[in-house]
Ligand binder design. Structure first.
Ligand code: ZN
Length: 321
């Protein structure tokens, strides 16, 4: 049985200062700080997750804040250029005003018949808010304590835009491996979508003349797609191997199980399971309020906490919990 073409699960990027990162995603964008843990592969670095009220897959942007010890990244081919969130069409003016009042420079444009607000986060990571009727069907859950009123809150992902030096190698992975379909072209951009066409199901490709990018502060580390469960994920491992793509073993990320494969255009793809989700170690009311560690790191908590950079926020004034 062929696995079902996956929509987006999360996007993970590298930030600098943890406080500036949390203040922006919670205080300015109104996402909930749903989990603070550490990078399992580098426990001296936090791993922050921002999403809807419950951290529903398809709403979470996550960060490794490297602080000023980390080197800057260089944007280029083989990287995610923009991560786009859905907003309601009638929320576009609200967001244009809100971002302007926060001192964020916004570029407003039309694309595939939808209005796009483009801007950078404090580390230069490309973000977009796309006014779309699809926002009404999205299953993102509003967060009651957000500084953004429920009707205007981000409704989960709209799409990601991957910059590649040539369309074909990455397009083939999207279509022949993952089962995406070419939906259309607009101004040199190709949009691919899952056959079911739900919200958060588009991947855009743009070609760039830039050299291959370098991972570091201000760049996206990987894009994760969602598999319903570990059986579906195992089927994906088989599909990747059948297409002669390297793919990792299953890795336990506590909140989901993950496999990774770097597509030939250079972008690191992950397939992450829907569950068990963020309420596996904190109640919904408590999400993000404490430093959580997986069982296999709990014995080292004292050492890990001592190594982490100082971080208090986000503050109550900016809507943090
Ligand atoms: Zn990931």
């Amino acid at each position: 049985m062929a696995p079902t073409t996956p929509g987006l699960h999360h996007v993970t990027a590298i930030a600098g200062d943890p406080r500036a990162n949390a203040e922006f995603y919670v205080g300015a964008l109104g996402l909930r700080f749903v989990k603070r843990t550490v990078n399992h592969d580098d426990t001296g670095t936090y791993h922050f997750y921002f999403g809807d009220e419950q951290g529903t897959p398809g709403t979470n942007i996550t960060f490794f804040p490297w602080t000023d010890r980390g080197h800057s990244g260089q944007f280029g081919a083989g990287q995610t250029r923009d991560t786009a969130y859905l907003i309601r069409s009638d929320s576009v003016d609200y967001w244009a005003d809100r971002l302007a009042s926060q001192g964020v420079a916004v570029d407003r444009s039309e694309r595939f018949g939808e209005t796009v607000l483009g801007f950078d986060d404090p580390d230069g990571i490309g973000l977009e808010l796309v006014g779309s009727e699809a926002a009404r069907e999205a299953d993102a859950k509003p967060w009651a304590d957000s500084p953004v009123p429920a009707d205007h809150q981000l409704r989960g992902f709209h799409s990601v835009t991957l910059a590649v030096d040539a369309f074909e190698p990455t397009a083939e992975v999207l279509t022949d491996v993952l089962g995406y379909e070419l939906e259309g072209e607009d101004d040199g951009r190709r949009r691919y979508r899952t056959p079911d066409g739900g919200p958060g199901s588009a991947v855009d490709l743009v070609e760039t003349d830039a050299d291959r990018g370098h991972m570091g502060v201000g760049t996206v580390h990987h894009v994760a797609f969602e598999a319903a469960d570990v059986h579906e994920q195992e089927r994906w491992r088989g599909v990747f191997r059948d297409h002669r793509l390297d793919v990792t073993e299953v890795i336990d990320r506590k909140y989901f199980q993950s496999i990774y494969s770097r597509e030939p255009g250079g972008v690191l793809f992950e397939i992450a399971t829907t569950g068990p989700g963020f309420t596996v170690d904190e109640d919904v009311d408590e999400l993000g309020s404490t430093l959580t560690l997986p069982e296999w790191l709990e014995d080292e908590r004292e050492r890990i906490e001592a190594q982490l950079p100082e971080f208090e926020g986000p503050t109550a004034e900016t809507g943090g919990n």
